[in-house]
Design a protein around this ligand. Structure first.
Ligand code: IPE
Ligand code: IPE
Ligand code: MG
Length: 255
């Protein structure tokens, strides 16, 4: 009973808080650096992987709320090219999470018309991870709702180097000339080629850095940082971030 009442109360707060948001100026693309799983677990005397498990459960809530608010693209940083430096057992656990998440949530994502997409070096992933994520991309390909973009084995520097190599090759082969290389050419070679840039970047856990995330695409995004650890992040925090975003003046170098 008490649990029900608490749930009802938190649903009410979430609903009321959503009213603080202006429906028109909702960020179309939100990117999130989901950080702090390890510290969350440590605080509770649990192994780090327990934090990753708990963090996975938050994704669902955030996807649902973002969709409900009219966000068009949600990019989630799930595994960086630098995360391979972690102990093998932790890396193995992290790379099992996408399939565990998708096995459970794919039917709901389908129901919600969510389109799953990936950015990162898929070829560098273990076969089981690759298989699960590529299946999700394929199954949801025709969906027209929220784009759920997972950054998996993603690093912005690698992405930029790959793009530069591709462009250099095209110049070498005479497909384009060096003078034709401009912002739109580079953008078209990034892993986000068909996506607009993020309007809002959220990073949890109090770290104030990008950790090799979307260095090009975040050039004019608004940043919102919170001390909340990712497993504790919820719908209200998302609403709060959007409310702050809506108070910002984006000038893009103008006046
Ligand atoms: C984020 O949590 C998950 C990934 C980086 C994959 P962390 O595992 O980085 O948690 P902290 O930063 O150590 O607390
Ligand atoms: C960034 O978090 C990567 C992901 C959230 C996937 P990290 O925890 O790896 O970043 P650093 O090491 O604190 O910069
Ligand atoms: Mg971290």
């Amino acid at each position: 009973m008490l649990e029900k009442l608490t749930k009802w109360k938190s649903a009410m707060t979430s609903e009321q808080k959503s009213k603080d948001i202006d429906d028109i100026n909702v960020p179309k693309h939100i990117a999130i650096i989901m950080d702090g799983n390890g510290r969350w677990a440590k605080q509770k005397g649990l192994p780090r992987v327990a934090g990753h498990h708990e963090g996975m459960k938050v994704i669902n809530k955030v996807v649902r709320k973002a969709d409900e608010l009219g966000v068009e693209i949600l990019t989630l940083y799930a595994f960086s090219t630098e995360n391979w430096k972690r102990p093998k057992t932790e890396v193995d656990y992290l790379l099992r999470l996408p399939e565990r998440f998708l096995n459970k949530e794919l039917p709901t994502l389908m129901e919600k018309n969510v389109k799953v997409r990936l950015m990162g070096s898929v070829d560098g992933l273990p076969d089981h991870t690759k298989k699960a994520v590529l299946k999700a991309v394929e199954d949801t390909e025709a969906n027209t709702g929220l784009v759920l973009n997972f950054a998996l084995n993603y690093g912005s520097r690698f992405e930029l180097i790959t793009a530069v190599k591709e462009i250099a090759k095209q110049v070498e082969e005479g497909v384009i000339s060096a003078t034709e290389v401009d912002e739109s050419v580079l953008t078209s070679h990034l892993m986000t080629a068909e996506l607009r840039d993020p309007d809002l970047l959220i990073r949890t856990s109090g770290e104030l850095r990008l950790s090799n995330f979307m260095l090009w695409q975040l050039a004019y995004s608004e940043f919102w940082f919170t001390d909340v650890l990712w497993p504790d992040f919820n719908e209200q925090h998302l609403v709060e971030a959007i409310a702050v975003y809506q108070k910002r003046a984006r000038r893009y170098g103008g006046v």
